[in-house]
Design a binder for this molecule. Structure first.
Ligand SMILES: [Zn+2]
Length: 284
C-alpha cells in the first residue's frame, strides 16, 4: 500500500498528470503501453532530516491553477448525532462539483467513510475527484488544537493507517498518499511520527472560512480575494458544520474561471511542485 507510493521516479515516467516532470517545457511523453502498471501519485521528498514533507501551495509561476479541497470531518463521538439525523455529509455539494465539472480533492476521515460508505465509494471512484486521508476520527496531532481530542504520538501512524483501511473498506480503491492534519495542527513530533507512513502532509494557503458560516457570499468573497496561482483552498464537505459551502461554490467556480483559473486536484499541484529533485526517491 503506502510503500508502493514511493516510486516517484516511475511516477514521472508514467503519469499523465505530470506535465511538470523534468525541467522546462518537456515534449509530450509517449503514451504508456496498455500493460504499464498504474501510475503512482506524485509526492514530495521528505525534509532534510527525514520528516514528513508539508505541501502548502503549488508553483506561483506556472499558470493559473487552483485546487479546491474539501474536508469530510467526522469524529468517533458523532455517530449518535448522525443516527439522530445530523448530516455530516453533503451530497448536494458533490453534485454541484460534478455539474460544474470541477476537479477536487476530498480529505476524508475514516469515520466519515464508515458512516457514508456509498458516498465515499462514489467519490473515490469518480475520476473528477481524488480522496486523501484526514485521519480516522479527526483527533488532533498536537496539543491545543481548537479543543480537539488528541492522538497520542505512539498511535499517530496507526491512526493514519486505520483511516486508509476505512477508506478502502468503503470502496475507495486508490486513496492518495496525502494527509491533512485535523485542524491543520502539526509539529515536528507529528511529522516525525508519520514519516514511516510515506504521506505528504497537505495544508493550504487560502482558508475558505466556511465552518459554521451561513452566508455563502462571505465564503465566496474570502476565496475569490485569497486565491493566487497554485493556491490550495480549504473548504468542508460536512453539511451541518458548513451550511453555505455548496452555494459559495456556485459563485467561486464561475468567478475564478472568469479570472482565467483552471481547477486541478492537489496531485497536479504536488506534481508541478515536485518536479526534478523534489519527488520521493525510489526504493526507500
Ligand atoms: Zn477537518
Amino acid at each position: 500500500m503506502i510503500t508502493l507510493l514511493r516510486r516517484a521516479t516511475a511516477v514521472c515516467a508514467l503519469s499523465t498528470a505530470l506535465a511538470a516532470c523534468g525541467a522546462g517545457r518537456p515534449p509530450q511523453p509517449p503514451s504508456p503501453p496498455v500493460s504499464a502498471p498504474p501510475s503512482r501519485p506524485p509526492t514530495l521528498a521528505p525534509g532534510p532530516t527525514g520528516l514528513t514533507p508539508v505541501f502548502e501551495h503549488g508553483p506561483r509561476t506556472r499558470g493559473r491553477t487552483v485546487a479546491l479541497t474539501f474536508d469530510a470531518d467526522m469524529t468517533a463521538g458523532q455517530g449518535a448525532r448522525a443516527a439522530a439525523g445530523e448530516r455530516f455529509d453533503h451530497p448536494r455539494l458533490i453534485s454541484t462539483l460534478r455539474a460544474l465539472q470541477v476537479p477536487a480533492t476530498v480529505f476524508m476521515t475514516g469515520r466519515w467513510a464508515e458512516q457514508y460508505p456509498d458516498q465515499a465509494r462514489s467519490i473515490g471512484r469518480d475520476p473528477l475527484f481524488e480522496v486523501a486521508n484526514h485521519s480516522y476520527s479527526h483527533y488532533a496531532y498536537t496539543p491545543d488544537c481548537y479543543g480537539l481530542p488528541t492522538v497520542p504520538e505512539k498511535r499517530m501512524r496507526s491512526d493514519v493507517e486505520r483511516a486508509y483501511a476505512a477508506l478502502r473498506k468503503a470502496g475507495v480503491t486508490d486513496p492518495m498518499p496525502y494527509f491533512r492534519f485535523p485542524g491543520g495542527c502539526y509539529d515536528r513530533r507529528a511529522l516525525k511520527a508519520l514519516t514511516p507512513a510515506g504521506v505528504t502532509a497537505v495544508q493550504w494557503d487560502v482558508v475558505g472560512g466556511d465552518a459554521f458560516e451561513t452566508d455563502p457570499e462571505v465564503v465566496a468573497r474570502q476565496v475569490l480575494d485569497g486565491v493566487r496561482p497554485g493556491s490550495v483552498v480549504v473548504l468542508h464537505c460536512t453539511r451541518s458544520a458548513a451550511p453555505a459551502t455548496e452555494r459559495a461554490v456556485r459563485s467561486i467556480v464561475p468567478g475564478l474561471r472568469r479570472e482565467g483559473f483552471r481547477f486541478v486536484k492537489v496531485s497536479e499541484l504536488i506534481g508541478a511542485a515536485g518536479s526534478g529533485a523534489r519527488t520521493r526517491p525510489e526504493g526507500r
